[in-house]
Design a protein around this ligand. Sequence first.
Ligand code: BG6
Length: 500
Amino acid sequence: MQNPISPFVMVIFGATGDLTARKLMPALYNLTDQVLLPDRFFIVGVARRSFSDVQFRSLMLEAVNRFSRNKIKDEVWKQLEKNLYYQQGLFEDKEPYNSLIPRLKSFDDELGACITRFFYLATPPQNYSQILSHLSETKLSEGCGQGSSKWTRVLIEKPFGKDLNEAKKLEEQLSRTFDEKQIYRIDHYLAKETIQNILTFRFANPIEWLWNKDYIDHVQITLAESGGVGNRGKFYEGVGALKDVGQNHLMAMLAYIAMEEPQTMTAADTRKMRVEVLEKIRCQDEKSLDLNVVCGQYGPGLVHGRQTVSYRQEKDVAADSLTETFVAFKLFIDNPRWDGVPFYLRTGKRLANDTTRIDIQLKNRESKLFQQFHLIQNAPGNVLTIRVQPKEGITLRLLAKVPGLVYEMKPVDMDFSYSTSFKKEIIDSYEKILVDSMVGDQTLFATANGFAATWEYITSILNGWGKQPPPKFPNYRAGSMGPAESIKLIERDGRRWMEH
Ligand code: BG6
């Protein structure tokens, strides 16, 4: 069978950075291992430091050894490494782009065809605009010298701007340089297996009748990480949890939970439905900001039994930094399906554990039959939990009759877990992102309108924060589940965060 992926060249800007090491190279290695890539392709890493192709290859091998989920096989690595090249240069200078012109042409010449060019922006966001300008000025963005843009695609990582205005400017620049069908805006949560499955779970099973305000009390979305910022202090400073994760990954999960059913599985229909619901998020008003939004920054603490330092003591972080490493917020979606249903979202670093989950609390059933059972009133039952990671799966907590002579009820779990139901590894979202961009499928990529909608909401919070006195940080202990105010945010409504 012919490989659906044609020979290509991928230029990675930011090739010595964290994302390339942790995600892109291990993904390229796994795709090579599964023989999903064509025999010949070209990866050109661009970064500031000076390396030869050979040095770059050994740097990438180190990364794959360190971050790949499987043990590296020599023959697979050899197959990948022969396709890796390096181009030294500063993103703001013209030289690296000028050097790329003959280099990319030599690849076309080698294969005797115009091969598709991917430009992967894996740099800090402040470099995006310069890179796009240079790609356009040098006409690299136009592809193989034919004035036909169909041979190029751009992949761009979040955070996409730093507020609504910046995101709009970036969009304008992007759309001056590329057509929409060439732009792949990455939010890797959209490509996670367990998130994609939400569509199947909701719409391939006959449960839609309960997916609304009549049956759902509230929804919780948690993306908790026990890690700190590690070596990413430079990137994280001034970005913070709200923009790093809140504007994108939390919203990607929200969109899948809350969207209406698309007519087809095509990119156009699914993206349209995701955007429609994001546009219905009610913006945060300044008056109730303190009630609905909580931010935090970690102090020192014990994480998994190990003493850790405060955020302000991390590498490349200012000693008086005001960047938030935690955020929790409550929002509403103004449409008939979700009228009055609160969504509680939170994310943070240096929390007690690594868990991403979505908890859907169903309303208690008002049944005369069981009125005598006090349990129904405070039932911890009736929760549907989607475990995004780890222990991927879905649990439905239900009430069941305890076996015995007296009638007694208890919550029990009905559990679906990927590891027992499918004897298959869950592929990493970056493998999916790379393959989909190569075959030209934009379904699992964000859209300009979707990002504009989430930025509008996030910017309403940022504007409110901008008018408040600076927060008193640090305000949570590493190894906890965030600031005490985050617990109050939900308990004020008579509800509780669900843990484990
Ligand atoms: C990235 C953020 O986009 O997502 C990181 O920049 C975060 O700060 C990461 O740690 C979480 O992704 P995952 O796939 O590890 O849950």
